[in-house]
Design a protein around this ligand. Structure first.
Ligand code: 7RM
Length: 677
């Protein structure tokens, strides 16, 4: 936007906002936000005029119906999908097993592609892509359909059948989406691994999923550097007895790579052997759709399993009601396809709805800090969905980067991944949205498949920092350990009291863990692992994880995972990992480590351990700090006292009960210890 426009906009915003009623003190861990946010932003009048849902009354009526009469509500919504065979029953629920739309058959790729080919969407842009070095590609629905059919035939050529698992480890290029859709076309189950994961992580996921084929690229671009994707796959497959028979390699960077004869094939060569005809297989509503690994509170990531019809419906329905996507929108979600946000909100939701989706390969600050704003201007992006950690980085880089660009095409903004602090919300609202774009702060999880708590932008007034109210079909409780609702503004555990269409169907290969992790704390309810409170208006404020899961720059990371990586190093005796507040990333990773007899601690070992964790899990898990200690604080029964370690990591004075501590001297030593000693 021009300087003049930028200067004018905040004034308009101030008018749109209701004046703050009162500002009360509250205890919050966020460094700067020491106030309860009471500013209320009514949906922008221009937005409301065109919105599908345009009043609070309409939202409320729909929400009530979705809970009271889910069969009717979801039965009606599901008619917007294209079915090969209609379903006979909406929901079959025996906790913790849900079956949605039983008796029905459909195909996800058909819903995302084929059904758009009979009208004007045939020649509409489905995917607009920009590579980090600057290349551009556009796929119309017809072209994307053709590429998906061809690649599905490549999969078939390599004997991939319905139900087989396919690993996708790719950069953010159209072929990643093409590979995903090709799997769904033939009923294969994909498992996408984020490019920031290491060889070891790939190996674990290959073994757990039993995948027979990996789709990858020679490399990908990130901040001007090349990520050695194929080399990581080679290293992963050095493990004995992997089930992988075939590796398909897309040539992205052209760098030298090893080709294993008899196992590795080139994507472009394979296309020469196939034609472009590939019927979409009609699949049961409950057929497995994909597995996506995510961190939990043990050292072993969980393979979250999603199924076909319910997932697709929820992805489409949230794009329709939460993003209010239209045929003339240019929609951009900046997530990586390796995370659930990329699955639901780059590929399945927008394409099912026939939207135009933008995909960008690289970093926000390459070659300069204005890359995102440049893209928004160039493609006239209308709906923009990103993460608080990115917003905080933009704030730090300064407003001059935005002022160079015209952002006036934007009409709706979204965030996801972690709680957004009110300062970042206000900056996003004024500086990016020019004071006129509603912000949808969407709370959800890998397990939930799609948005669960979020404002409906044309109906629900927003307040900076809250995800506001539940989406349709979502019955939220905020409860104490006994399952009783806590009072207004009191913190409790966030539970979901009813099944919803896109809920996870299990943990791959581990029924017991599924039941124990999600359905055992409160009988019949889903426990999300987050803490939350409800304000006097019923708005839900997410406090964050209350289990041993960190949220680092919007990425989930199990403390136990990092601990097990650390103790796999020969010098380490014991490790405890905690999060500490971080201005940019939300949380930083702090490792407390004791070493084996005779090992010298200091900066060298600290750096070596950071590198080791990167190697074992991947760059996403790089520790911010390693602190050495003679011992870790433990209870008499031997449990590490994480609460104390968290306080030490945050540099706080120690509060609370330390009487169960085995050796009080440990604490004094730890507070003084650091990686530099
Ligand atoms: C989509 C995604 C899930 C965890 C979840 C929360 C946190 C996500 C928000 C949020 C506050 C939000 N999937 N989280 N969105 N916290 N406000 N809008 O992020 O499985 O990777 O992470 O992320 O703690 O449990 S995820």
């Amino acid at each position: 936007m021009s300087k003049k426009a930028a200067a004018k906009k905040p004034a308009k915003a101030a008018k749109a906002a209701k004046p703050a009623k009162s500002v009360a003190k509250a205890s919050t861990t966020s460094s700067k936000s020491l106030l309860v946010e009471n500013r209320v932003f009514k949906p922008d009048a221009g937005f409301v005029k065109k919105a599908r849902i345009n009043s609070m009354a309409q939202y409320k009526a729909m929400h009530v119906e979705s809970l009271k009469n889910p069969d009717k509500f979801f039965g009606r919504e599901a008619k917007e999908l294209t079915w090969s065979k209609p379903f006979t029953k909406v929901l079959d629920w025996k906790c913790p097993n849900a079956k949605w739309f039983t008796g029905g058959k459909l195909n996800v790729s058909e819903n995302c592609l084929d059904r758009h080919l009979n009208g004007p969407r045939k020649t509409k842009a489905a995917l607009i892509w920009e590579g980090e070095p600057g290349e551009k590609r556009v796929y119309t629905y017809q072209q994307l359909h053709r590429e998906v059919c061809r690649f599905a035939n490549v999969l078939k050529r390599h004997k991939v059948k319905k139900g087989d698992r396919v690993i996708i480890y790719m950069p953010m290029i159209p072929e990643a989406a093409i590979a995903m859709l090709a799997c769904t076309r033939i009923g294969a189950v994909h498992s996408v691994i984020f490019g920031g994961f290491s060889a070891e992580s790939i190996k674990d996921r290959v073994l757990d999923s039993g995948a027979s084929i990996i789709i990858t690229a020679d490399g990908g671009y990130r901040r001007g550097a090349v990520v050695p994707l194929k080399k990581n796959v080679d290293d992963a497959l050095k493990a004995k007895d992997t089930p992988v028979k075939t590796v398909v390699v897309f040539k992205r960077t052209g760098q030298d790579i090893h080709i294993e004869e008899g196992r590795d094939v080139w994507w472009h060569r394979e296309l020469e052997y196939v034609d472009a005809k590939c019927p979409a297989v009609a699949l049961d509503s409950e057929a497995d759709l994909f597995i996506l690994y995510t961190s939990g509170s043990t050292g072993k990531p969980k393979g979250i399993l999603h199924s076909t019809a319910g997932y697709l419906l929820h992805a489409q329905m949230t794009c329709k009601y939460v993003f209010d996507l239209r045929d003339d929108d240019v929609y951009w979600c900046t997530a990586d396809i390796g995370w659930v946000t990329g699955h639901s909100y780059i590929v399945y939701g927008p394409l099912a709805l026939g939207a135009t989706c933008l995909m960008y390969e690289g970093a926000p600050n390459w070659p300069e800090n204005d890359r995102f704003w440049k893209i928004i201007e160039e493609y006239a992006v209308t709906v923009f969905y990103t993460a608080p950690t990115a917003i905080r980085a933009f704030m730090k880089w300064g407003d001059e980067w935005l002022k160079k660009h015209d952002l006036s095409s934007l009409r709706l903004l979204g965030t996801v991944g972690e709680p957004i602090n009110p300062e970042a919300w206000m900056w996003y609202h004024h500086k990016v949205g020019g004071g006129k774009c509603p912000i949808v702060d969407t709370w959800w999880q890998t397990e939930t498949g799609g948005h669960m708590i979020t404002p409906i932008p044309g109906a629900v007034p927003t307040k900076p920092g809250t995800a506001t109210l539940p989406f349709f079909g979502v019955d939220v409780g905020i409860v104490d350990d006994l399952g009783n609702e806590v009072g207004t503004n009191e913190q409790g555990k966030l539970v979901i009291k009813k099944p919803w269409p896109s809920m996870l169907r299990g943990i791959w290969g581990d029924k017991k863990r599924y039941q124990e992790t999600y359905w055992s704390d409160f009988k019949g309810w889903y426990f999300a692992g987050d803490g939350a409170r409800r304000d006097k208006d019923g708005y839900i404020w997410i406090i964050g994880r209350i289990d041993d899961v960190l949220n680092v720059a919007g990425h989930r990371l199990g403390t136990a995972e990092v601990e097990s990586a650390l103790v796999s190093h020969p010098s380490v005796a014991e490790a405890a990992v905690v999060g500490r507040p971080d201005e940019l990333k939300g949380q930083g990773v702090v490792c407390f480590v004791t070493v084996k007899e005779g090992i010298k601690t200091g900066r060298d070992l600290s750096e070596e351990l950071k590198k080791h964790v990167r190697k074992v899990i991947g760059p996403v898990a790089t520790p911010d700090e390693v602190r050495f200690a003679a011992a870790l604080p433990k209870t008499r029964s031997g449990k590490i006292m994480r609460r104390l370690l968290k306080q030490i990591a945050a540099g706080e004075t120690l509060k609370g009960d330390t009487t169960t501590l085995e050796d009080i001297n440990v604490i004094a030593a730890l507070s003084a210890a650091s990686g530099e000693d």
